[in-house]
Design a protein around this ligand. Structure first.
Ligand code: PLP
Ligand code: COI
Length: 356
């Protein structure tokens, strides 16, 4: 017997038949998963119910003090028709790491995966099958106590919504232009940078607006103390290829421990590339470029997959990387990673989880 009570809806929505019009995160499926938490009682009222608005008390703590966090993963349609998830337990475990820092409730990753599988099975017809498309999965948790004292909420709402998506960037798999942010900072060690709390993203929007107004897609954050070392981009971790070696910033508490980042490190090492997790300053990147040693730059993320970076603007100095073309290492890693995710290639790491 499933723990999740199914509440059917009267009428199903019309699906977008043209997958080139999906964009990212604009359409949502018929159903969502919900569960409620009460301190002392644990999780209860597990449901798969019609996607729709919540009724919330205006004093709900999430509106005032921002106890909110989310995850991002995808379901992929394999050429043989199977539905595949990619390292889903890692996302639920990461939500618990975020939750610890945000003083929010812990979930049982196995239980939520079970519910997700049930939800996805009901929504299988929503998974687009064209190249580069997938069903984006957004698990979220918010604080629901109606109370204005600054304390941890004693009640939470957990939900999972699903969105059929195309590429995250309008450019598709083509190099993006990134603005190196040297005024605002995203996170400092000891803060919430390693979590997927909503506030991290709220605090990034102003810098993103400024970058967009200058013609850039996202900002590249520098460390919040010295404003010297590369951290990450708005929705992805960064890799630089210098003299053929992949370099990515280490996990020191201020950046998100990306699941794609970890997969790319393992995959690249497996393919014979040298990968270093070390501090890398923006100055070193610009110097390597001036010396002709910066071969490629790319970001990694669930939404962004592997996204080549073709231009960086730092303090008015602009560099073009690999002639604004997709580099061979980014292309290889994109092919290998998506090959595993979509079930086209063998999965030597045991990352793929079949929904059945
Ligand atoms: N960094 C930030 C700030 C993100 O929002 C994301 C997206 O989730 C990533 C990195 C990449 O993480 P992942 O590969 O787990 O999706
Ligand atoms: C993801 O890649 O899943 C993300 O969460 C990025 C996002 C903020 C759109």
């Amino acid at each position: 017997m499933s723990k999740f009570t199914f509440v059917p809806r009267e009428e199903l929505k019309t699906k977008q038949p043209d997958s080139s019009k999906l964009g990212f995160g604009k359409l949502f499926t018929d159903y969502m998963l919900t569960a409620r938490y009460t301190q002392g009682q644990g999780w209860h009222d597990h449901k798969i119910e019609p996607y729709g608005p919540f009724q919330m008390d205006p004093a709900s703590m999430v509106f005032h003090y921002g106890q909110a966090m989310f995850e991002g993963m995808k379901a992929y349609k394999a050429p043989d028709g199977r539905t595949l998830l990619f390292r889903p337990l890692d996302n639920f475990r990461r939500m618990n790491h975020s939750g610890e820092r945000m003083a929010m409730a812990q979930i049982d990753p196995d239980e939520m995966l079970e519910g997700l599988v049930e939800l996805i099975k009901k929504e299988a017809a929503w998974i687009p099958a064209d190249p580069g498309t997938s069903l984006y999965i957004r698990p979220t948790m918010i604080a629901t106590d109606a109370a204005l004292g600054v304390h941890a909420s004693k009640t939470y709402l957990f939900f999972i919504i699903l969105s059929p998506v195309g590429p995250y960037y309008a450019a598709g798999f083509n190099p993006v232009k990134i603005y190196v942010e040297d005024e605002y900072v995203r996170a400092v060690r000891g803060g919430t940078g390693f979590t997927k709390c909503a506030g991290n993203y709220a605090a990034s929007i102003l810098a993103g607006n400024v970058a967009e107004s200058k013609g850039y897609t996202q900002v590249l954050w520098l460390d919040g103390v010295e404003r010297k070392y590369i951290e990450e981009v708005g929705a992805m971790n960064m890799f630089f290829v210098i003299d053929g070696e992949l370099v990515t910033p280490p996990l020191r508490g201020s950046i998100l421990p990306g699941i794609t980042r970890d997969s790319v490190i393992k995959l690249a090492t497996h393919l014979g590339y040298k990968v270093s997790e070390r501090l890398i300053s923006v100055e070193e990147v610009f110097e390597a470029h001036a010396q002709g040693r910066l071969n490629e730059a790319f970001g990694t993320g669930t939404a962004a997959v592997v996204s080549p970076v073709g231009e960086l603007n730092w303090d008015g100095k602009v560099i073009t990387i690999n002639n604004m073309e997709n580099g061979p290492i980014a292309v290889r890693l994109y092919e290998e990673l998506t090959g595993i995710q979509y079930g086209r290639k063998a999965d030597p790491f045991g990352w793929v989880y079949e929904v059945k």
